[in-house]
Design a binder for this molecule. Structure first.
Ligand SMILES: [Zn+2]
Ligand SMILES: [Zn+2]
Length: 152
């Protein structure tokens, strides 16, 4: 029976916060608890987009960034699970640009003003959201569906 040597560095690394783990299962538990957990109801989702969908559908809230992630790694649009789906530098650059454009559009649209009743937004709020969708549609490209859900 051979003895396995323990590696010096733990092989499973969380892309969002660079913490490392002994095995993939623990990494995934960490990501769900730390990065994909809903701040409203504590439900643990499986990916950033999963969390964004949940917040839109259940809480009528747009979230733009991954909770507890490092600053240039907090893009909600990446579908990272464990160490799968880690984006290239180019993809990160594109996401950074998208986020910047979306945030600029959001702040000028008034769509993120507090909603008095999230289930029944006022006509003005609905118009603000539609305008926001039109503003960001081009920049979001395939991530447009994240915002389109806002109208559901
Ligand atoms: Zn992490
Ligand atoms: Zn929730």
């Amino acid at each position: 029976m051979g003895r396995r040597k323990k590696p010096q560095t733990k092989p499973w690394v969380c892309w969002y916060c660079t913490r490392d783990f002994d095995d993939e299962r623990v990494l995934i538990l960490h990501q769900r608890a730390r990065h994909f957990k809903c701040g409203n109801c504590q439900k643990k989702l499986y990916t950033g987009p999963g969390l964004a969908f949940h917040c839109l559908q259940v809480h009528k809230e747009i979230i733009y960034t991954v909770p507890n992630a490092l600053e240039k790694k907090n893009y909600i649009t990446f579908e990272i699970y464990g160490m799968n789906g880690i984006p290239s530098e180019e993809e990160v650059e594109v996401a950074a640009k998208q986020l910047k454009n979306v945030m600029a559009a959001v702040s000028s649209s008034g769509a993120m003003q507090p909603v008095s009743n999230p289930l029944f937004p006022s006509a003005a709020q609905i118009m603000a959201r539609i305008n926001l969708l039109l503003l960001v549609a081009q920049d979001l490209g395939e991530n447009f569906h994240l915002l389109a859900l806002y109208l559901c």
